[in-house]
Design a protein around this ligand. Structure first.
Ligand SMILES: [Zn+2]
Length: 345
């Protein structure tokens, strides 16, 4: 039991502790977002807290897991072995879905590819893994009643295997133009394309408007995840209502883990967050379903009632939280690297 004397001694200290907390309560005149202390722990906590979930918005737990809990590190080398063909790969295939009036999803539980339709053909956004592309993309479009030969442009957000694996099919078989800024990475890969490597085609530049019929995708260079990662902003329609989408092109930390690469990643993501906010983006999509819950949300969509919001239309505030998770957990990883002893250059 605490003696009365000690209790009395504690009181002033407690009062000084409580006073600043009271001043920060919402609604008080001095309520301000507190800056995140520049420590690994504080950045991780801020990133995790941005996942949502405490106000019926459990949007981005997968992103938090990938960036804050179990981040990857290190880039695959150019002579990385060829991808293996998983005999059980079809177990992960999911039914393709119409997401919006003019946007379709095809993928697996982890990998997403998206198809934007126009009145003059289709833009395919990312192309799945090499052994999945035929079934997931070509087969997926056929299941959706869409003709793969109408794909005019293929945007490859970056040159990793889950995004570029199927590009060759659309270039060689259907004559689609491939648009990416990661041609050097693709060309430098020795074994990454065992069924055919796409030939250098359109080089995506910053601010490029890719227009097909009545649809335009504006592309932005967002290097970091890879040297040529590109992101995009475009409109889709939900029962005729236009909504703005930001497509985040590269996410995880599987790049050379040094301060310079994290500085580049952070600059790109901060710029894309600002561009998305300025464009009024309320939807964030990407190449991996685990980051934004696309596969699950598109199954929720089939139960949607007339007055319910589209599950992928998470709102501008949630889109900002997505980028905050990337930002805070990249800062944490950057500090971690700075604290590590030198690892042989
Ligand atoms: Zn990647």
């Amino acid at each position: 039991m605490v003696s009365p004397i000690r209790r009395a001694l504690r009181l002033p200290a407690l009062a000084t502790l409580v006073a600043p907390l009271v001043a920060q309560l919402p609604g008080s005149a001095s309520a301000q977002p507190q800056p995140v202390p520049d420590t690994i722990e504080a950045h991780l906590a801020a990133g995790k807290n941005a996942a949502g979930g405490r106000d019926n918005t459990p949007d981005f737990y997968g992103l938090v897991t990938a960036l804050c809990v179990a981040p990857q590190r290190g880039a695959p080398p150019p002579d990385a072995p060829a991808p293996r063909e998983d005999p059980n790969r079809k177990m992960a295939y999911m039914q393709p879905k119409q997401a919006f009036d003019d946007l379709y999803w095809m993928g697996t539980e982890s990998v997403s590819a998206w198809l934007l339709t126009s009145n003059d053909g289709y833009i395919l956004y990312d192309t799945a893994n090499v052994y999945d592309a035929e079934d997931v993309l070509v087969g997926g479009m056929q299941k959706l009643g869409l003709d793969p030969a109408k794909v005019k442009y293929v945007i490859v957000s970056h040159g990793h295997r889950g995004e570029s694996g199927g590009a060759y099919i659309f270039q060689s078989r259907y004559g689609a133009h491939i648009v990416t800024a990661d041609w050097d990475l693709i060309e430098g890969s020795l074994y990454g394309y065992p069924t055919g490597k796409p030939k250098r085609d359109i080089v995506a530049t910053d601010g490029m408007n890719l227009t097909l019929g009545d649809r335009t995708v504006t592309l932005y260079q967002t290097p970091g995840h890879t040297p040529g990662t590109i992101s995009g902003i475009f409109q889709v329609h939900d029962h005729g209502k236009p909504l703005t989408v930001v497509y985040s092109g590269g996410t995880e930390f599987n790049f050379p883990n040094d301060v310079a690469h994290f500085d580049q990643y952070l600059a790109s993501e901060r710029r894309l967050a600002a561009l998305a906010q300025a464009a009024g983006a309320t939807i964030i999509i990407n190449n991996q379903s685990e980051f934004n819950g696309a596969a699950d949300k598109l199954r929720i969509l089939s139960d949607r009632q007339v007055d319910e919001r589209h599950p992928l239309d998470v709102g501008a505030e949630a889109v900002a939280r997505y980028f905050k998770i990337e930002d805070e957990c990249a800062q944490a990883q950057r500090l971690r690297i700075m604290a590590e002893p030198a690892r042989g250059g």
